[in-house]
Design a binder for this molecule. Sequence first.
Ligand code: 5CA
Ligand code: ZN
Length: 413
Amino acid sequence: MDSWTAPDVPALPGRGPVLRLHDTASGSPRPTVRDGAERASMYVCGITPYDATHLGHAATYITFDLVGRYWRDQGLEVDYAQNVTDVDEPLFERADRDGTDWQVLGLRETALFREDMEALRVVPPDHFVGAVESIPLVGKAVAQLCESGHAYRHDEGDIYYSVGSNPAFGSESNYDRETMLRYSAERGGDPDREGKRDPLDPILWNVPKGGEPSWESPVGRGRPGWHIECACIALEYLGAQIDVQGGGSDLIFPHHEMSAAHAESLTGRSPFAATYVHTGMIGLDGEKMSKSLGNLMFVSKLRAEGVDPAAIRLALMAGHYRADRQWTRELLAEAELRLGRWREAVARETAIPAGAMLNAVRERLADDLDTPGALAAVDKWATQTLADSGDDPSAPALARDTIGGMLGIDCSR
Ligand code: 5CA
Ligand code: ZN
């Protein structure tokens, strides 16, 4: 599907160290690209478009935007795919409640997501792919998994993936079985359904029920399960093994464990991703921001209030991406002040030299995206410039390009 317009990303002199990110599977930081690689690939789990983009979604996409920006700054060719889960139960339920069509709802919320991402200066993915348009891929993949013995048909017609058929199953999350069972029940699985080989087995293909939409496929009429959608899109657009698989920490299990397992069973290659990267949860009023709790703050609502999207972005980058953290009005107010100081410094005719700041920003980002450290480096430059002016006429432009290119914050106005 159409993505959104890319922001300007200025080229910068020199190059920083290799980007290292914390890998969920090994529990430690890892270089995100191999020595000598010219290309880096990333798959990030996209929205389920039944409501507007909230600040938790925004924080997650800004995090992976920083990864893509860093890789490009390294001279790498970036191949980035993101899905849109535009067919799933939440869409049917919301559309029913509001008396609209689930497809109209999905299109409307996806359009709003594009606007929000553009306002936040998120570089669009190279492949922005809907679940509905991927149904032919899923149908073929499910048939292949059935033939190779990785999948089986339930008595009532639905098709399940057999977790026991993949020896690598469990190595992404490393959770014990009890934790897996709990998360499976909480996050869309059906561990209590009778007739499965293993309670953890996830659904690959749903046979039509009630008035739900369904499509023809090599395994009969139905609609795809959730995890197989992401596995198929990643394999189709990025290849058998990718550098980074990303999303929020709510997707560690079952979603990423299962999509990795599906991909591995389809390709015979393991691991699916070299590094599994997960963002912390943004909360509001002391709880994780989530549609089910209803404690949401939408990007579009703040924009409509006249809040500068650059301040929203800066507020979300003020904490480390892996930390669960709370959104507050104070956080936004601090970001607005900080943005004002940065813009004032960048608007000077001359400033203190900005090369050390560029090096420090790169070095901090390369260390598991230490955005608080990177922001502190810009603060230091801006504070010194505002205090002593500095006499380097090329420094304001280099600072503007560093802040705009590496951090995605527009200081030119
Ligand atoms: N469509 C699926 C992924 S295939 C999905 O999880 N959609 S979502 O709309 O619920 O979430 C979109 C992305 O935002 C996911 O990567 C999810 O992990 C992340 N996310 C959801 N809530 C939060 C939150 N409160 N804080 C940070 N990230 C979040
Ligand atoms: Zn996904």
